[in-house]
Ligand binder design. Structure first.
Ligand code: ZN
Length: 273
């Protein structure tokens, strides 16, 4: 079996995944625990170190994952070939350069890596040629699996016991429902309401082991829909409070959340049995 520098198999099953919290940053990583841990690092990097939506000054996308190639300038197979490495804002942190991050950013990077038990290594910590854009899996499959399991457990409640497909379906149903309400209300009326412009709606923001993110995104959009519906109703002279709208929306959301909660209980029982 051909392996890359870190001992992981090259050309594994892999997927292009959206980094949660970004507008449109997609990175191809190995399926399973390695990719899950790399996505966690990417998400946290975006939130706590530097915005991953930044492109190069020439507008090129510069966040990279899988690439079948040797380490630059060498014969060893790069960990990018096993889809267990990722580069962030590559053009801002070029190969060989040191000090491309502030001290605070470096502290945050080390904090994030500590949260994954340092099964991921940062190229800025290389003793030789620095590679500050670069993060890679640097541990055994068993160690990486333990970290991925812990992250999933932290991720939050019942959502995490659903399969990725079930999570995606639930998320899409909730978003579809909220968008329908949203557009029904907008329909030319929102312009009359101060602050009522629709703005962007996250419609395809899911490929994550972070259940808190899913719940948070649904929650945020729900709040916007409720506020807007109530404002539009008041502007139209109707008696409708935020509380009225909230209970209508919550009731409908709760209906299909319940369906999925039953699925997760089913899964728990299977695990226990
Ligand atoms: Zn790299």
């Amino acid at each position: 079996m051909a392996v890359s520098q870190n001992g992981w198999e090259v050309n594994p099953p892999r997927s292009l995944r959206l980094v949660p919290g970004t507008v449109d940053v997609r990175i191809t990583v190995a399926d399973g625990p390695a990719g899950d841990v790399l996505m966690y690092v990417a998400t946290q990097f975006d939130a706590r170190v530097e915005d991953l939506d930044l492109d190069s000054t020439r507008g090129e996308l510069d966040d990279w994952g899988y690439a079948p190639r040797p380490i630059r300038g060498g014969a060893t197979t790069s960990n990018h070939a096993s889809a267990t490495a990722e580069d962030f804002n590559a053009t801002r942190h070029p190969l060989g350069a040191r000090g491309t991050f502030s001290r605070q950013q470096v502290n945050n990077i080390h904090q994030i890596l500590a949260e994954v038990d340092n099964v991921v290594r940062w190229g800025g910590d290389y003793f030789g040629r620095a590679d500050e854009m670069h993060f890679e899996i640097n541990a055994s499959p068993a160690a990486v699996q333990r970290v991925a399991d812990r992250l999933r457990d932290q991720g939050s409640g019942f959502l995490m016991s659903l399969s990725p497909q079930e999570q995606r379906t639930l998320f899409n149903r909730a978003m579809g429902f909220l968008q329908q309400r949203w557009w029904k209300v907008i329909d030319g009326k929102a312009a009359q309401v101060p602050g009522g412009s629709p703005g962007a709606i996250p419609c395809a923001a899911l490929d994550t082991l972070d259940g808190a993110y899913i719940v948070g995104t649904i929650g945020k959009l729900t709040e916007r829909v409720i506020k807007l519906e109530a404002q539009v109703a008041v502007a139209a002279g109707k008696e409708l409070t935020e509380e009225d709208v909230r209970s209508a929306v919550d009731a409908e959301l709760a209906e299909f959340m319940d369906e999925y909660e039953k699925l997760s209980i089913r899964d728990d029982q299977e695990v226990q049995g």
